[in-house]
Design a protein around this ligand. Structure first.
Ligand code: HEC
Ligand code: HEC
Length: 202
């Protein structure tokens, strides 16, 4: 078994070498070289040191590509990502998507009001879980298209929701319905409780 693992590791190493050689010969930057330019804000391996830059480690590939393309086209408002995304081709975006999807997400270490997390869990189940499954954690499977909410930086989540509500980012119709209902019934405190629940998912 140990020998097989070693052989596999060797084979993978050779394969990786082959790819990177082919890449540099063609003048194509490797995924990790591309991703290096994101480190300053999104941290090593996509785990951001916060608070306004989201962690993007283990972000699902389709969601990553969609987010980058929406920044690139100006469909999604960004304080900075709209300009950054314009610097990358579709192929480079896809390669970075694969790279970050394969990193391991580490929940943010941050202060939050833990007394609200219990209420937030109930409200998340009622208003958000249908789409943001498994408490907003990374999920696997066929159509696991997700954004990271559990363990994400709170200031980032707050900014993003504010962008949705102010129309700076297009909000999915059904999400808007749930969010409106939540605010109507539970007020801003309801939303704060849900965010505390996400921060509590460590
Ligand atoms: C100067 C800081 C900075 C750099 C550099 C940067 N980002 Fe960002 N990124 C942000 C911020 C801040 C946001 C939130 C949107 C905004 O305000 O622009 C964000 C959002 C994102 C998102 C959306 C995540 C989500 O959950 O919706 C993705 C994907 C992303 N960045 C990928 C990248 C990639 C890939 C690179 C490198 C090519 C990169 N970023 C470089 C600051 C940065
Ligand atoms: C009907 C499905 C649905 C429901 C219900 C829903 N969402 Fe979403 N949510 C989405 C989709 C789809 C996106 C990605 C939107 C996009 O492409 O910009 C999203 C994106 C988000 C984001 C941005 C993540 C990021 O990093 O870019 C946050 C935050 C969020 N939702 C919070 C919530 C909260 C809180 C609730 C419950 C009150 C909720 N959502 C309910 C479908 C839903």
């Amino acid at each position: 078994m140990a020998k097989r693992t070693l052989n596999l590791a060797l084979a993978t190493g050779v394969l990786a070498l082959g790819i990177s050689t082919a890449g540099s010969a063609g003048g194509i930057a490797s995924a990790s070289m591309l991703a290096n330019t994101c480190t300053g804000c999104h941290g090593r391996d996509g785990n951001s040191l916060g608070p306004a830059s989201p962690s993007i480690a283990q972000m699902e590939k389709t969601a990553f590509i969609e987010a980058m393309q929406a920044f690139k086209s100006g469909k999604t408002y960004g304080t900075i990502m709209d300009r950054i995304a314009k610097g990358y081709t579709d192929e480079e975006i896809e390669r970075m998507a694969d790279y970050f999807a394969a990193r391991r997400f580490v929940p943010a270490k941050q202060e939050f009001d833990a007394t609200k997390a219990g209420k937030g869990a109930r409200l998340h189940d009622k208003y958000c879980e249908k789409c943001h499954e498994n408490g907003g954690r990374p999920i696997t499977g066929e159509d696991a298209e997700y954004y990271l909410l559990a363990g994400q930086w709170l200031p980032y989540l707050e900014n993003t929701i504010a962008d949705f509500r102010a129309g700076r980012r297009e909000i999915p119709k059904k999400m808007k319905k749930k969010l409106d209902k939540l605010i109507k019934k539970e007020g801003e405190a309801g939303l704060a409780a849900i965010n505390a629940f996400y921060a509590d998912q460590r």
